[in-house]
Design a protein around this ligand. Structure first.
Ligand code: ADP
Length: 621
C-alpha cells in the first residue's frame, strides 16, 4: 500500500515529543505497556460479554523481547484486542481527541518548545519515535481473519500492509536508534517495568538469553529464558498502607498519560453491604479539552478488576470531569450496559459516595489557602459550574467558591466574608464585570469604600450567571452592586434637603435622555463621581447583556439602564441653577455617557460624545 501522510497535528505532536521530551525518553515503555494493558482490558471484557468472541482462547499477557548488537530492537507483544485496518488508520496516524488536536493547532512557536505543555495531554504511542527510527505494528483484531502491519519512520508518514499472524493481539517492533539502543538490555527493561508498570493487572514477561559462565569467566552456555517481571496486581486493590506517594504518582501517570505528578488523590475502599474501591486523582493542570462539549472522561469503571468502560460520562457529575481514576465494584453485573448503568441503584450509591469523597478532599485542601488557590486557578470554573448545576451538592460547592475582594489580596470565601462582616451590614455585596482593574475603580464602589464595606469582585465571565443561583449565604442576601436595589440598604441615610433640590434636575435629565434610560434616580452610593449606571433589580446587567450578545443572542429586547446621579457632586449642584437649555442637555448626555464608559459599554455615538466633551473643555478654558 502506498505511503500515507500523517494528519498535520500528528506531525506537530511528533515534533513536540521528539524535541521537548527527550530527557524523559524512557516513558515510551510506560506508554506502550499502558496501551497493551488497555487492549487486554477491552478483550477481557468482550470475552465475558460478547458471544462472538466468547469461544476465543484468551491468555492475557504482555511479552517483551529485545535484540542487542548492530540492529538493536525492542519487541512488545500483547494478546489483547488488536486492530483491523481501519483501527490502524484511525488510531495511529490521526489524533482522535479533538481537544488535543485543537490545542496543538493553537500552540504558538515558543510554546512548541515547552516540555511542560506536553504534559497536559497524552503523548501515547507516538512517544516511541524518541527511541526508534522505524516502528512496525503487526496486529490482528480478535474475531477477525486478516492481519496487518503498520510501519513508519515517524516523519514522512506510514504504510499499512497485509501481514501473516495466527494469534490475535499486537506486536510492536521498535528499531532502536542511537538514543534508544540502551533499552535493548535486560536490566534496563526490568527496572523500567518495575518503576512504571509494576501495578499493571496483567503479567508482563521478559524474554532474554541466560548466559552461564565457567569458573574462569568464559561463556559456558546460552539458553533462552522468560521471567515474569511485574507483580500483576491491580494497583487500586492494594492496601493503602503498602503504597507510597511515589507509587500513586506512577500509577497516575500510567492511566492519565500526564507527564506531571498529580495535584492530589483519594483512595477509598468501602466494605460492608456495598463493596467498591475508588481511586481518584486531581491533576495539576486543567487539560485543554475540559471545556469542550466532547471532552473525554478520565474515570474508568471496573467490575471486580475487569475493565468495563472508560467512556461513561455518568460515573461522576459533569462538573467533576477533571477527575481521573478508577471505580471498581464487585457488586455490579459484568455485562452492565450503559442504560443499566444509568439507572442502577448500586451505581448511583457508588456515585454519591464518590462525590462525597472528592468533596471531602477539596474541603480538606481548602484549609491550606495557598494550595487551594492553586487548585482553584485551574478548576475553579468547574466548581462554579457545579454550584449552578448540581443541586444536591450546591451547599458544599458554594463553600468551595472563591472570589477576589476589595478587602484582601488573593481569593476569599463567602465564609471569610461573613465572618468579617459588621453586625449591622445587611447583605453580602459583589460587583460584576469583565475587567478587574476597572471594577476596582468603579464609581459603584465609592460608598462601600467610604463605609469600609467589603465587596467581592466577580470578574470571571460566568460569575454573574452562577452567582444568581446563590441568592443567600448563611442567611445573608447576596446583592449585586451593579443593581439598583443594593443601594436601598443605605436609603435611611438620605439627605431630605438635597433630595428636594435635586428632584427637578433628575426630571430634566430624564427628559433630555428620553428612552435611553429606564429612569434617572438620586444615588446614595456615589461620593467622587457625579453619575453611574445600574441595572434595574431584575434586568440583566450591561455585562450580562454583552455576554448574551457575544453568544449570538440578538433578539433580546432592549434593556435600559438606570442612571443614578450624585446629588452632592459639584456638577450636579451647578446643574440645579442652570438655565441655558443647550448647555444643560450636553452635560446631561455627558453624565450618562461617562457612566456608560466606566461600565465598559461601547458608546453608540462616540463622536457626539467627543464633541460635547470638547465643548465643555473649551468652556472652562
Ligand atoms: P491513547 O492511548 O491516549 O488513546 P495512543 O496514541 O497511545 O493514545 O494510542 C492510540 C490508539 O491506538 C489507542 O487508543 C488504541 O485504540 C490504539 N492502540 C494503541 N496500542 C494498541 C495496542 N497495543 N492494541 C490495540 N490498540 C492499540
Amino acid at each position: 500500500m502506498a505511503k500515507q501522510k500523517f494528519q498535520t497535528e500528528v506531525g506537530q505532536l511528533l515534533h513536540l515529543i521528539t524535541h521537548s521530551l527527550y530527557t524523559h525518553k524512557e516513558i515510551f515503555l510506560r506508554e506502550l505497556i499502558s496501551n497493551a494493558s488497555d487492549a487486554l482490558d477491552k478483550l477481557r471484557y468482550l470475552t465475558l460479554t460478547d458471544d462472538a468472541v466468547k469461544s476465543l482462547e484468551f491468555e492475557p499477557k504482555i511479552t517483551i523481547e529485545f535484540q542487542d548488537g548492530d540492529e538493536p530492537k525492542l519487541i512488545l507483544s500483547d494478546s489483547g484486542i488488536g486492530m483491523n485496518k481501519k483501527d490502524l488508520k484511525d488510531n495511529l496516524g490521526t489524533i482522535a481527541r479533538s481537544g488535543t488536536k485543537n490545542f496543538l493547532s493553537n500552540l504558538s512557536g515558543d510554546e512548541k518548545k515547552d516540555s511542560q505543555l506536553i504534559g497536559q495531554f497524552g503523548v501515547g504511542f507516538y512517544s516511541c519515535f524518541m527511541v526508534a527510527d522505524k516502528v512496525d505494528v503487526s496486529t490482528k483484531k480478535a474475531g477477525e481473519e486478516e492481519a496487518f502491519v503498520w510501519s513508519s519512520d515517524g516523519h514522512s508518514g506510514f504504510q499499512i500492509n497485509k501481514d501473516v499472524r495466527e494469534e490475535h493481539g499486537t506486536t510492536i517492533t521498535l528499531h532502536l536508534n542511537d538514543e534508544g539502543k540502551e533499552f535493548a538490555n535486560r536490566w534496563q527493561i526490568d527496572s523500567l517495568v518495575k518503576k512504571y508498570s509494576d501495578h499493571i493487572d496483567f503479567p508482563i514477561f521478559l524474554s532474554y538469553e541466560d548466559v552461564e559462565y565457567d569458573d574462569e569467566g568464559k561463556e559456558k552456555s546460552r539458553s533462552p529464558k522468560t521471567d515474569q517481571i511485574n507483580d500483576a496486581k491491580a494497583f487500586w486493590t492494594r492496601p493503602k498502607s503498602e503504597l507510597k506517594d511515589k507509587d500513586y504518582q506512577e500509577f497516575y501517570k500510567s492511566i492519565s498519560h500526564d507527564m506531571e505528578d498529580p495535584f492530589d488523590w483519594v483512595h477509598y475502599k468501602a466494605e460492608g453491604t456495598l463493596e467498591f474501591t475508588l481511586l481518584f486523582y486531581i491533576p495539576k493542570k486543567a487539560s485543554p479539552d475540559l471545556f469542550r462539549t466532547d471532552y473525554q472522561t478520565g474515570v474508568k469503571l471496573y467490575v471486580n478488576r475487569v475493565f468495563i468502560t472508560d467512556d461513561e460520562k455518568e460515573l461522576l457529575p459533569v462538573w467533576l470531569r477533571f477527575v481521573k481514576g478508577v471505580i471498581d465494584s464487585s457488586d455490579l453485573p459484568l455485562n452492565v450496559s450503559r442504560e443499566i448503568l444509568q439507572q442502577n441503584r448500586i451505581m448511583s450509591k457508588i456515585r454519591s459516595n464518590a462525590v462525597k469523597k472528592i468533596l471531602d478532599k477539596l474541603r480538606d485542601t481548602a484549609n491550606d489557602k495557598e494550595k487551594y488557590t492553586e487548585f482553584f486557578h485551574q478548576f475553579g470554573r468547574l466548581i462554579k459550574e457545579g454550584v449552578y448545576q448540581d443541586y444536591e451538592h450546591k451547599e458544599a460547592l458554594t463553600d468551595l467558591l472563591r472570589f477576589k475582594s476589595t478587602k484582601e489580596d488573593g481569593l476569599v470565601s463567602l465564609k471569610d466574608y461573613v465572618n468579617r462582616m459588621d453586625i449591622d451590614q445587611k447583605a453580602i455585596y459583589y460587583i460584576t464585570g469583565q475587567n478587574e482593574g476597572s471594577l476596582r475603580n468603579s464609581p459603584l464602589l465609592e460608598m462601600y469604600q467610604k463605609k469600609d464595606i467589603e465587596v467581592l469582585i466577580l470578574d470571571d465571565e460566568i460569575d454573574e450567571i452562577i452567582i444568581t443561583s446563590v441568592p443567600k449565604y448563611d442567611e445573608k442576601d447576596l446583592k449585586s452592586v451593579n443593581r439598583s436595589g443594593a443601594a436601598d440598604d443605605f436609603s435611611d441615610e438620605k439627605d431630605e434637603d438635597s433630595e428636594k433640590s435635586t428632584k427637578p434636575v433628575l426630571k430634566k435629565i430624564k427628559k433630555v435622555l428620553g428612552d435611553k434610560v429606564k429612569d434617572v434616580k438620586m444615588s446614595n452610593r456615589l461620593s467622587d463621581s457625579p453619575s453611574c449606571i445600574v441595572a434595574d433589580e431584575n434586568d440583566p446587567t450591561s455585562q450580562m447583556q454583552e455576554i448574551l450578545k457575544s453568544m449570538g443572542q440578538t433578539d433580546m429586547p432592549e434593556i435600559k439602564p438606570i442612571l443614578e446621579i450624585n446629588p452632592t457632586h459639584e456638577i450636579v449642584e451647578k446643574l440645579k441653577g442652570m438655565t441655558r437649555q443647550k448647555a444643560f442637555d450636553d452635560i446631561a448626555w455627558l453624565l450618562y455617557e461617562q457612566a456608560l464608559i466606566q461600565e465598559g459599554v461601547t458608546l453608540e455615538d462616540p463622536s457626539g460624545f467627543v464633541k460635547r466633551l470638547n465643548k465643555a473643555i473649551s468652556n472652562t478654558l
